[in-house]
Write a protein that binds this ligand. Structure first.
Ligand SMILES: NC(=O)c1ccc[n+]([C@@H]2O[C@H](COP(=O)([O-])OP(=O)(O)OC[C@H]3O[C@@H](n4cnc5c(N)ncnc54)[C@H](OP(=O)(O)O)[C@@H]3O)[C@@H](O)[C@H]2O)c1
Length: 242
């Protein structure tokens, strides 16, 4: 990695994205801290700059193609893209109670947003000597875990939108990896594990894992060596089944 390595992290004004931005910046990476709200982005960047980080706030709403294009045209270099921005949607709605609108909204952010951001930034990534894309997924997107009676996930209440969005994101990760392997762009999905953030604050069980702990696997996949894997799904412990 050179001193000029540059990363963009979506949804980086708080939670896991913020910690990814902090950890990459601590490694000397120049970080574009993308946030849909200019004020929240500026505040987060100011906090990180106070630690000596080379961090630049940038406005980017993953559901708004105009902000994505504007962010892309404002950059001159990009080595690492972290597709982190995400929403949970309702956490207690089974498929039979989920409206098309709810599913569409969650897919719009968690899947279509990733496609739009990635495609807008690919021209820059293609010019990088070591391009990496990390899609922030979830073990909740693992169909294998949900259908394995021995896995605790098979016992969780059925929910439509979020698991479907992360399963779709996993599929997208594999297809991007297939396409971009020949260009040396490593594309992987990360499962940060259940972390205490605003996304999980209403869940009916305590979560003690921190966002910084969840960020570690994302940072590892973002800084893989040239012979590192592509088209994989990883958590802290290793490979997660699709
Ligand atoms: N926390 C967990 O246990 C956990 C586990 C597995 C996977 N994940 C994944 O980790 C990622 C980060 O989640 P988190 O736990 O850190 O949640 P969080 O604290 O709620 O942060 C989510 C971030 O995404 C941003 N965001 C939401 N919609 C956006 C949009 N349309 N455009 C741009 N940014 C948008 C939010 O911005 P605002 O501040 O403006 O709302 C915020 O910065 C998500 O993809 C999530 O699915 C989390």
């Amino acid at each position: 990695m050179t001193e000029t390595t540059t990363a963009l992290v979506t949804g980086a004004n708080k939670g896991i994205g913020y910690e990814v931005a902090a950890a990459l910046a601590a490694q000397g990476v120049t970080v574009f801290l993308a946030s849909r709200d200019p004020q929240r982005g500026e505040q987060a960047a100011t906090r990180l700059r106070a630690t000596g980080a080379d961090v630049h706030p940038i406005v980017l709403d993953v559901t708004d193609p105009a902000t994505i294009e504007s962010a892309a045209t404002s950059l001159t270099r990009l080595d690492i893209l972290i597709n982190n921005a995400g929403i949970s949607g309702p956490t207690n709605e089974p498929p039979s109670a989920t409206t098309p609108r709810t599913l569409r909204d969650v897919l719009e952010t968690n899947v279509i947003g990733v496609l739009t951001v990635t495609n807008a930034l690919l021209p820059l990534l293609r010019r990088s000597p070591a391009p990496r894309i990390v899609n922030v997924s979830s073990t909740v997107g693992s169909t294998t875990c949900h259908t394995d009676p021995a896995h605790h996930m098979s016992g969780l209440p059925a929910v439509a939108a979020y698991p479907a969005s992360k399963a779709a994101l996993n599929a997208l990760t594999v297809q991007y990896a297939k396409e971009l392997r020949k260009d040396g762009i490593l594309v992987n999905a990360a499962a940060p594990g259940a972390c205490a953030t605003d996304l999980t604050k209403d869940l009916p069980f305590p979560i003690t894992r921190t966002a910084a702990e969840g960020a570690a696997v994302i940072v590892r996949l973002a800084t893989l060596p040239a012979d590192g894997p592509t088209g994989t799904f990883h958590d802290d412990a290793g490979t997660v089944p699709w």
